[in-house]
Design a protein. Sequence first.
Length: 470
Amino acid sequence: MKKSSLDKQKNNKIWGGRFSASPSKLMEEFNSSIQFDKILYVEDIEGSIAHSEMLSKQNIISKKEFLSIKSGLERIKKEIYNNQFNFSTKLEDIHMNIENRLVEMIGDSGKKLHTARSRNDQVATDIKLWLRKKIDQIELSLKDLQRTLIEKSETYYDLFMPGYTHLQVGQPVTFGHHLLAYVEMLGRDRGRLLDCRKRMNELPLGSAALAGTSYPIDRHFVANKLGFNKPTENSMDAVSDRDFAIEFMSASSLIAIHLSRLAEELVIWSSDRFDFIRLPEKFTTGSSIMPQKRNPDAAELIRAKPGRIFGNLISLMTVLKGLPMTYGKDMQEDKEPIFDTTRNIELCILNMDGMIKEIKPIPAKMMEALQKGYPTATDLADYLVKNLKIPFREAHHLTGKIVILAETKMTSLEDLTLEDIQSVVPNADLTILEVLKVQYSVSSRTSYGGTAPKNVLKAIKNAKKRFLKG
């Protein structure tokens, strides 16, 4: 016996009377987002409770209906949390799965929940609620990583190491000063996240499908309930806007770059050729064939993650770049990049924090490296300018000749004799030998932001005040 048109309609709980048949299995799988957007269940329920309370306040539904809806939604939240909820791809997404279950629980009152809203403004609200929480968590994790770096900097504020340009020895710096550079980077990252959070904190709910609603709703009430600064100003923009997601992923991309740069240094410093640090064993792995190996896998994964995070950003920008107003199904492709970026940037931060907490510098190896590459050459040139009144460009030239002399003698600048130097600069005296020492070089860098140990201690105090208060 053939099914009637009415029977076929009953098979589709979303579209109802407009369609006489359900989608094909292939389309159902292609169209469904429940596999990944179920992560939004807490936010979807929070938004629905606030929305239904507003409907009751505005006498669009009764107080009794609101209380029934609220009770049902809270029961559904427990079911999902306890893995007792049956998600269905037929119902497409988290919104319809929850609403359908609510109707099963409380009957016709549940059908009134969707009054004066659309899934378009609902999903935009859910994502903002979810991402807002994640931004808060990530920003706090960055603060924790800054604290770890600052503490490590304080311990090693006067530990000398080579500073590099072009990965060639440049000038002596302190290990503490080097680590504080990343504190500054992460400070900018936190600022970008907070700026993104502030800009995104406007409520889309109440914009309905695209044009607003004729119901006498109170969007400011819902915005206040959900912790938004205000409702969005334009209903069309509200449902089509994903700028906040792009901003977040752009900020995450910069975080990933900064973490990757630090990870690369950890890989280099822990290599046999440098041997500047020991990484904690809990963040390294062994080899399946070479028993002696201890590989910096956590650092290498952090170094690799930007490719994935950049890809997520490009993916969403590509989805959005040609969309007309307002909502298109294309926008379903926003969630997986957002979720993936969030998960991976959190893992990167936490693993980096774990590594930095337990890295052990090897001072002897750092000092050994400082004997190569003539790191005090700039100090020598500066001495010729300040003490012998030689123009800098000429002093630079003379210093280059002294470096060649050291190379010929196969020695460091610090080990040259006064006679050696006088063969190039005849009027040099014994005081010139002092500036060739690493200790002198580092201690003399007292300009604001410089690497002198006393500067580093001031910078640590300042960083604590700027980044760790509150």
